[in-house]
Design a protein around this ligand. Structure first.
Ligand SMILES: Cc1cc2nc3c(=O)[nH]c(=O)nc-3n(C[C@H](O)[C@H](O)[C@H](O)COP(=O)(O)O)c2cc1C
Length: 186
């Protein structure tokens, strides 16, 4: 079972990327979580580029996200919603409409912000956006608030309760991925 972990932050010291690193540690047996980077290389979505043959960065996104059994997104909150770069990646992944790789893809979200609400609005928006793009969204949100107090200087998660929530979240996501592949096989 291969789950891609995609951070919505491009920042070197991102708390969301650190949260995904903790999720890699928390993954239940049989689940391999792999950090995917590449959001920052994507051009802004332009339908004309579809006609001309998509850029290499988009081809890589579609190939990698398409091949994954499931995707775990970690989103920061920018002005009450999802960062533009993450939304842009999802727009690319949602086309071509009928063969879009997000269709029926099991997806879960988590999020960290330095505010007290832990990117909850961004996570809710993200679930709505990927759901509209056709993904099968599972689990609730995991809001990690005051993120600057939840990790040590090396970016290691200090909060054991959040670690357990990540493990549970991944267990739910992995079960959905198994159910999805059973449906394809049936
Ligand atoms: C443009 C911008 C807008 C932000 N808006 C919000 C917000 O609406 N809510 C919030 O809780 N934090 C907000 N923040 C603070 C982020 O939560 C904080 O920068 C966080 O560390 C970003 O995630 P990262 O560490 O993964 O990069 C904002 C930060 C930026 C740069």
């Amino acid at each position: 079972m291969r789950i891609l972990a995609v951070s919505g932050s491009l920042r070197e010291g991102s708390f969301n990327t650190s949260l995904l690193r903790a999720a890699i540690e928390a993954a239940p047996e049989g689940v391999e979580l792999e950090l995917w980077e590449g959001i920052g290389e994507l051009p802004l979505y332009d339908e004309d580029l579809e006609a001309d043959g998509v850029p290499e960065s988009v081809r890589r996104l579609r190939e990698d996200w398409g091949a994954a059994d499931a995707i775990l997104f970690a989103t920061p909150e920018y002005n009450g919603s999802v960062p533009a770069g993450l939304k842009n990646a999802i727009d690319w992944a949602s086309r071509p409409r009928l063969e879009a790789l997000l269709r029926n893809k099991p997806v879960a979200v988590v999020g960290a912000s330095t505010g007290q609400f832990g990117a909850i609005w961004a996570q809710q928006d993200l679930k709505r956006i990927v759901g509209i793009a056709g993904a099968r969204v599972v689990g609730t949100e995991i809001p990690v608030g005051r993120a600057d107090e939840q990790f040590d200087a090396e970016g290691r998660l200090l909060n054991g309760e959040i670690f357990e929530q990540l493990r549970l979240h991944l267990t739910t996501l992995a079960s959905e991925a198994v159910a999805a592949s059973d449906r394809v096989a049936a």
